[in-house]
Design a binder for this molecule. Sequence first.
Ligand code: SF4
Length: 211
Amino acid sequence: MRAKIFDKGCRACPRLAGFLDAVSDRYPDYYCKPVPPFGDESSRFLIVGLAPGMHGANRTGRPFTGDHAGILLYRTLHKFGFASHEESLAADDDLQLTGCRITNAVKCLPPDNKPVGAEINTCNTFLSNELRALPESSLVLALGGIAHRAVVKALAMRQADFKFAHAAVHDLGTTRLLDSYHCSRYNTNTRRLTTEMFEGIFAQARELLAK
Ligand code: SF4
């Protein structure tokens, strides 16, 4: 049997489960559950974000959908031929990803967008199963340092051997890991990550996937 990469009923992190209950009371029409991976299940390209955003994935139930961080991501996915549209509006729109899947290191909304170490570690079992199920010569794109470290941990590698750096490529044996700054509102507003830089990452990803 295939190891679980997601459980919609998971409440293994008490703080996050309680927080989701409280957010659900405040916003009854929000999704407010663990957010499933989205995209092509057989793809060799997996994008790993940090965690659902309050009014984005936590509202809509699809990673990077409905808030600022998703605008640049889906526009870039479309430009590089991975997405059928340049906008992801809702979990029931007809957007399709081809050759690409998006997941989060932590599947539940954390308070202040900050999961604690224990929550990252608990959810790492799902990420580990997802990474280990990737086909040969796959590529993982980590959005930000926390996602990068979660991927390294999920594959039981030493953090000291794989330092996060924008546009760095790491050989993790069963897969390759490409790093990018996260496409968050803060990073794009401060121009830590520009559209050109992010498109450069996807051009690099296309090259790596062709090898
Ligand atoms: S963050 Fe992951 S492990 Fe924790 S409750 Fe949510 S789905 Fe479960």
